[in-house]
Design a protein around this ligand. Structure first.
Ligand SMILES: [Zn+2]
Length: 287
């Protein structure tokens, strides 16, 4: 059977990217032009065309300002998960600040949708060996899974895309970001690789993963479907990563959705959902 891959989006503004962040710029976020709603709607339309559901990791800061958008995403059957509140790298936060950040974003999202948030993805790939102290805190704050750790492609080859981490606060499921192997290098399946590689090569790599019975966790940021976003000044590598081939993303996403099958991340934990539903039935029958 052909494996279904996992698809996720980061609901954030173009000016939230850490490479362009500074305390000065952060103070002016509310004065920047907001484009997240238009960009996310474009993604929702592409998904609706193919009847694909995905996971949307939403920034609490965005959810506070665009509640109707978050309800629209959930209303179309997609999973709402947390991308934290203020898009600060974990290395810049104390444990207390991190806990407040993930608690606040979860609460905002749950208040908007009336549904519990299971998943978390750290901003800017900042959940690393050095910041693994965050994992037990996610359990403490009621998260079921994390999808932030980057692992080598071969780690995802055990038939299951997720694995259980036992933290001091209890179990947490990890749905890691693992990449595609190319010429000995590992490349994450994110929007930047979708912009950097030709579609032909991307397709070939994904097909090879399927032959090996591997599911890929792909992710794109909402601003990556926006080729006319305002240009920010920064280091040349950051500028390249932000703006290279933005005009190709919409078409590439469309063909990717045509050529491959995707699902939300929460479905990697279907066994937990089944168990939860069984408990609900047992509880109801006991009343
Ligand atoms: Zn982000």
């Amino acid at each position: 059977m052909t494996p279904k891959h996992f698809l996720s989006f980061h609901v954030e503004e173009h000016f939230h990217v850490p490479a362009f962040d500074s305390p000065m710029r952060r103070r002016h976020w509310d004065r920047c032009e907001s484009r997240v709603e238009k960009n996310t709607d474009k993604i929702l339309d592409l998904l609706a065309e193919r009847q694909v559901r995905a996971t949307f990791f939403v920034l609490g800061w965005v959810a506070q300002r665009h509640g109707a958008l978050i309800r629209r995403i959930a209303g179309e059957g997609h999973e709402i998960a947390s991308h934290g509140y203020g898009h600060e790298l974990l290395s810049a936060l104390t444990t207390k600040q991190f806990q407040e950040d993930v608690r606040k974003s979860k609460q905002i999202l749950e208040d908007l949708t009336g549904e519990s948030v299971w998943g978390y993805r750290a901003p800017g790939y900042s959940l690393t060996e050095e910041t693994k102290w965050a994992l037990p805190l996610l359990v403490e704050e009621g998260y079921t899974y994390d999808s932030s750790l980057c692992v080598e492609p071969d780690r995802g080859s055990r038939g299951s895309v997720s694995y259980r981490l036992d933290s001091t606060q209890g179990p947490l499921w990890e749905i890691p970001l693992h990449g595609l192997k190319m010429a000995g290098l590992s490349m994450l399946t994110h929007g930047f690789s979708m912009r950097l590689l030709s579609y032909r090569l991307l397709r070939k790599l994904l097909k090879r993963a399927e032959t090996d019975h591997k599911s890929i966790v792909a992710h794109l940021r909402a601003w990556e479907v926006d080729p006319t976003q305002p240009r920010m000044r920064g280091r040349s590598w950051a500028v390249f990563q932000q703006y290279h081939n933005l005009d190709k993303v919409e078409d590439r996403l469309r063909v990717l959705l045509r050529d491959f099958q995707f699902r939300p991340l929460r479905e990697a934990l279907r066994h937990l959902a089944v168990r939860e539903a069984t408990f609900a039935v047992v509880e109801a029958s006991q009343k």
